[in-house]
Structures are given as structure tokens and as C-alpha cells.
Design a protein around this ligand. Structure first.
Ligand code: XMP
Length: 224
């Protein structure tokens, strides 16, 4: 992983402070995750269950690297109630495919406190899949409050609020082809604040927003 601070492309420089994970690093890592997943699920009846909305970019790239027969479904999750760590999760879209007796690969953008994936895992377990594995692009282990880990992790990152490659700030920046850290000034942008979900507001309060690029270097994670 390069220690050098990577500048974002010119047209993003006013908003994005630095690139944490480049487009090339992501592409390499997604290919390697796909190879591991292919090996582990070869010959199985695989259902990929992706969490909306932050997963879509990662999911689209990962799926196209997978040379396996599979089916795809989505679960929608939102948090409501106070914007605190204990905010209640609400399922906004339910699974439609039958996963009973099948192999399930849950795909999410980021594993942070683990509350979201712990609830999704509990919900899916009730449907009695044969096997369930979790794949996330990013992992922030320092923030974990639930006892949960992903079997496939793209990159382990420090406690920093990140955007891009599907991840948003006030629904923006999902289309960045890299994962980056916003300029601290953007957190105070009065146009964005009313659009922030309660979950994002509480996340930002807990995240390290001061830029420390040297210490922010992510590292590809080996699957357990
Ligand atoms: P938990 O805490 O339940 O959270 O593991 C997972 C969800 O929190 C959001 N999240 C982030 N979103 N930048 C984002 O844009 C971040 O740095 C970040 N950290 C957590 C995300 O929606 C994820 O699915």
C-alpha cells in the first residue's frame, strides 16, 4: 500500500481531501476477492444478498468478476430514531428469493459497529441457509460493538468517514471511482446538512475528521 498521499482528480479537489484507496487498488482487490469467493462456492447453489444502497458500485464490479452460477437479491436497511448508536434498524426492502438450504453470500459496503450486519445475519439465519458468508469492501474494526466479522474484506481502514465507490455523504459522492476522505469544510456545508441521515450525523461525530494521510493508509485484508 503506498504511503504517499494520493491527490484526487482535479475536478474533485475542492471537496475531497485525499484518496484513501485508488481505483486501481480497488480493482485489484475486487479481482482477488472474486477468486477466493469462486474457490469457496464452486459447485454450490449460491444466492448473493446485497444491502442497499451503498453496495451497488462494489457489487456491480464484484459480480462481473465472478464466473459462478448465482442468483442475486437485495435487502434494504435504514436506521431511524435519534441518530444515536442505538438507532433502530428498519428493513425497507425484504428478500424475495428463497435461501433455505442454499449458500448465501451477504455483500455490504462497510462493516463499522457491526449493528447492521448483525441484524441482517440474524434475520437470514431464521431462513435456514445451508451456509452464510459475509463480504464487505471496507472494515473499520476499531468501531466494532457487535461480535461479527466478515469472511471477505477488501480493505481494513481506520476510524475515518469515507465516501466514494458507493459510499455517500448526504447522498453525494457515490459515483467517485475511488474511496476518499472529504475536506473537513464539507461537513459544515449548510446545503448538505439537512440532507444527512441521522445515522450519518452520528457517524461523523464519532469519526476522525482531521486529515492524517500517513496514518490513514488502508490495508488489504486477508480473509479469515
Ligand atoms: P454499522 O455501524 O451498522 O454500519 O456496521 C454500517 C453502515 O454505516 C454506514 N457507514 C458509512 N457510510 N462512510 C459512509 O458513507 C463511512 O465511513 C461509513 N461508516 C459506516 C454505511 O451505510 C454502512 O452500511
Amino acid at each position: 500500500m503506498p504511503k504517499r498521499v494520493q491527490k484526487p482528480p482535479r475536478h474533485w479537489r475542492k471537496e475531497i481531501d485525499f484518496v484513501l484507496i485508488s481505483q486501481e487498488q480497488i480493482a485489484r482487490r475486487v479481482r482477488s476477492l472474486a477468486r477466493q469467493i469462486e474457490k469457496d462456492f464452486a459447485g454450490r447453489d449460491l444466492v448473493v444478498v446485497a444491502l442497499l444502497n451503498g453496495t451497488v458500485v462494489f457489487l456491480a464490479d464484484l459480480l462481473r468478476q465472478l464466473s459462478l452460477p448465482l442468483r442475486l437479491d437485495f435487502i434494504g436497511v435504514s436506521s431511524y430514531g435519534g441518530g444515536t448508536e442505538s438507532a433502530e434498524l428498519v428493513f425497507t426492502k425484504e428478500l424475495r428469493l428463497d435461501v433455505s438450504g442454499r449458500d448465501v453470500l451477504v455483500v455490504d459496503d462497510i462493516l463499522d459497529t457491526g449493528k447492521t450486519l448483525a441484524q441482517v445475519r440474524a434475520k437470514l439465519q431464521k431462513l435456514r441457509p445451508r451456509r452464510m458468508r459475509i463480504c464487505v469492501l471496507l472494515d473499520k474494526p476499531s468501531r466494532r460493538v457487535e461480535s461479527i466479522n466478515a469472511h471477505y474484506v477488501g480493505f481494513e481502514i481506520p476510524n475515518q468517514f469515507v465516501v466514494g465507490y458507493g459510499l455517500d455523504y448526504a447522498e453525494r459522492y457515490r459515483n467517485l471511482p475511488f474511496v476518499g476522505v472529504l475536506h473537513p469544510a464539507m461537513y459544515k456545508n449548510p446545503d448538505f446538512i439537512p440532507l444527512l441521515s441521522l445515522k450519518k450525523r452520528s457517524l461523523l461525530l464519532g469519526a476522525r475528521t482531521a486529515t492524517a494521510p500517513g496514518s490513514a493508509a488502508p490495508r488489504p485484508s486477508a480473509s479469515p
